[in-house]
Design a protein around this ligand. Structure first.
Ligand code: ADP
Ligand code: MG
Length: 282
């Protein structure tokens, strides 16, 4: 069952800059009482253009920290992150984000929340974007709620609106922090398939944080397994399963082997509990 991989030619094209290069990035927070919290130990990771990378690890191991560093919302204490070869110094248009909590503006209707990036970035074709926004709301199951206010939606619905907002314009990199944690199992599976479809159609790279190991295996090209706090990368698992993928893949033997491998790296051992404790932590 060995798979042959083509080796890069000796005279490979020069343009081999990865989309993202995380070069020995570490983060230490200073708490209000002056104590230091090491959230992330020096970490190296690259993400290629169009790649789907998941990050799994116990609560508090620095996953959100890593994503916020990638999004330019936090500054590294050490090291640097390059996007397309240039250092990230703050949020940029090419990087979209879905946060762990939906953070919708309470005074804006759902559709106006989804349109926010279009307004903020003054994207040229607002009418086309509005149609995209409406289509996305339909896709995430919010047709009929376009003119509702966030407080009129459940937590899961708000998160789906936030996902639509992150997809309303085409970023080259999408960062997603446990985006489906508040969804019921069926909606979550549907959203997984929709996300794979969007990823395939747009060719964007995605860095996806999840507590759900089968979800990570189903979606990803590679799964980054982190250690407990202070977080660092324990191992990176290549998910060598064919694409396009469907939910039925989860019954395959190879899929099971990959899930078991990730689980054992996380110290979860055997058993059929797909989610470690803390699914909805923080
Ligand atoms: P995860 O997303 O993996 O659960 P986080 O990145 O949110 O982990 O947090 C990593 C560690 O850093 C945790 O111990 C958390 O308590 C700490 N931490 C996160 N944000 C801050 C902050 N603003 N100030 C101090 N400590 C923080
Ligand atoms: Mg987190």
């Amino acid at each position: 069952m060995l798979e042959m991989r083509s080796q890069p030619a000796q005279s490979a094209p020069r343009d081999t800059t990865p989309l993202v290069e995380i070069n020995n990035v570490a983060k230490t927070y200073e708490t209000v009482d002056g104590a230091d919290v090491v959230a992330l130990e020096p970490t190296r990771l690259t993400v290629e253009e169009g790649e789907f990378v998941s990050i799994v690890g116990p609560s508090g191991c620095g996953k959100t920290t890593l994503l916020n560093l990638l999004g330019g919302l936090l500054e590294p204490s050490e090291g640097e992150i390059l996007f397309d070869g240039r250092p990230i110094r703050g949020p940029i248009r090419d990087i979209g984000m879905v946060f762990q909590r939906p953070v919708l503006l309470p005074w804006r209707k759902v559709i106006d929340n989804v349109m926010l990036p279009v307004e903020v970035m003054k994207l040229p074709d607002a009418a086309a974007s509005r149609q995209t926004a409406l289509d996305l709301l339909k896709m995430v199951g919010l047709a009929g709620f376009e003119r509702s206010y966030p407080k009129e939606l459940s937590g899961g619905m708000q998160q789906r609106a936030a996902i639509a907002r992150a997809l309303v314009y085409d970023s080259r990199l999408l960062l997603m922090d446990e985006p489906f944690a508040a969804l019921d199992a069926m909606t979550r599976e549907e959203m997984n398939m929709e996300l794979l479809r969007i990823w395939r159609e747009t060719g964007k790279a995605i860095v996806f944080v999840t507590h759900n190991i089968p979800e990570a295996a189903l979606l990803s090209d590679r799964v980054v397994v982190m250690t407990p706090r202070p977080g660092k990368i324990r191992e990176i698992i290549e998910v060598d399963l064919a694409r396009p993928r469907s939910l039925s893949l989860m019954g395959d033997q190879r899929f099971g082997e990959i899930v078991d491998r990730i689980r054992s790296l996380l110290g979860l051992g055997d058993g059929d509990n797909p989610q470690p404790r803390g699914e909805r932590s923080q």
